[in-house]
Write a protein of this length. Structure first.
Ligand code: G1P
Length: 293
């Protein structure tokens, strides 16, 4: 069985929910405390043993490309000033054993289309898909959990979690039956169903491990929910060919595609950040007690 060494990061979205912050910079570059969302996503992939990062970009891709490129100016400056810790931090963004590739999605035709744009770079290999605006905190990191499950079951794995039933219209929702520890054998998947027709309350989070046969289905699908080419519809079609499993990940998700989720992530990660956590906690406590007065 082939090892999963490639991850696809669709980063071509317009990020309209965060305008004006995302006017000239991709939403995946929004920082949580001091690290952009896309770096959290790449670190999650690296922790899973992935070494080839494939970014499907749109306009304003430069910030992402620059972020994972060597910065001679910054490194020279930090070296000259003897700032060894910062130098190490900047160099660790892309370790030398990791390679980054970029492919352009020239039209915003949907997530399914974005993944299809990576076909040539992925080739005939199983691969991960990571949506950076779903920030997942897990021990071990969630993609590692999923690849371990993939290595065990040899089936495509779709990351899911229980969602409030009134929210099904914001997610891909799966149908299936419990099969093993955290594993559901999928019988179907539907993109953004209304609550009254949703097959379950298990919503897809932005983590997938897919077998390359998905590309055949991505090439065949027609526009679905929202008039877009949906990855969900290709997975539904893949189910006719082979088994697909859903994986209930262990961890916490922050929906950083919404302002509220983004703010929650900021607070949670600040409360864990060694540099600011104690002062930030004291600030929050003081602030909250003032609010209660
Ligand atoms: C995408 C997928 C959806 C999934 C969601 C997770 O939707 O199409 O199936 O549940 O990501 O974040 P989007 O949020 O891009 O509309």
């Amino acid at each position: 069985m082939l090892k999963v060494t490639k991850a696809v990061f669709p980063v071509a979205g317009l990020g309209t929910r965060f305008l004006p912050a995302t006017k000239a910079s991709p939403k995946e570059m929004l920082p949580i405390v001091d690290k952009p969302l896309i770096q959290y996503a790449v670190e999650e992939a690296m922790a899973a043993g992935i070494t080839e990062m494939i970014f499907v970009t749109g306009r304003s891709k430069r910030a992402i490309e620059d972020h994972f490129d060597k910065s001679y100016e910054i490194e020279a400056e930090l070296e000259a000033r003897g700032k060894d810790k910062l130098l190490e931090l900047v160099r660790s963004i892309k370790p030398s054993h990791v390679d980054c590739f970029y492919v352009r999605q020239s039209e915003a035709l949907g997530l399914g289309h974005a993944v299809l744009c990576a076909e040539k770079l992925v080739g005939d290999n199983p691969f991960a898909v990571i949506l950076a605006d779903d920030l997942l905190h897990g021990t071990p990191p969630v993609m590692r959990q999923m690849i371990e499950a993939f290595d065990h079951y040899h089936s495509s794995m779709i990351g899911v979690e229980e969602i409030p039933s009134q929210d099904t219209g914001s997610y891909g929702v799966i149908d299936g039956s419990e099969w093993g520890d955290s594993i559901i054998r999928m019988a179907g998947i539907v993109e953004k169903p209304e609550p009254n027709v949703a097959p379950s309350n298990l919503g897809v989070v932005g983590r997938y491990v897919l077998k390359p046969r998905i590309f055949k289905h991505l090439r065949a699908i027609k526009a679905g929910a929202g008039g877009e080419l949906q990855l969900t519809d290709a997975i539904q079609s893949l189910l006719a060919d082979e088994q697909v499993l859903a994986y209930k990940y262990h961890g916490t998700r922050f929906d950083c595609g919404s302002k509220l989720g983004y703010l929650k992530a900021t607070v949670e990660f600040a409360l864990r950040h060694p540099e600011v956590r104690s002062e930030f906690r004291a600030y929050l406590e003081k602030h909250l007690s003032l609010l209660q007065m």
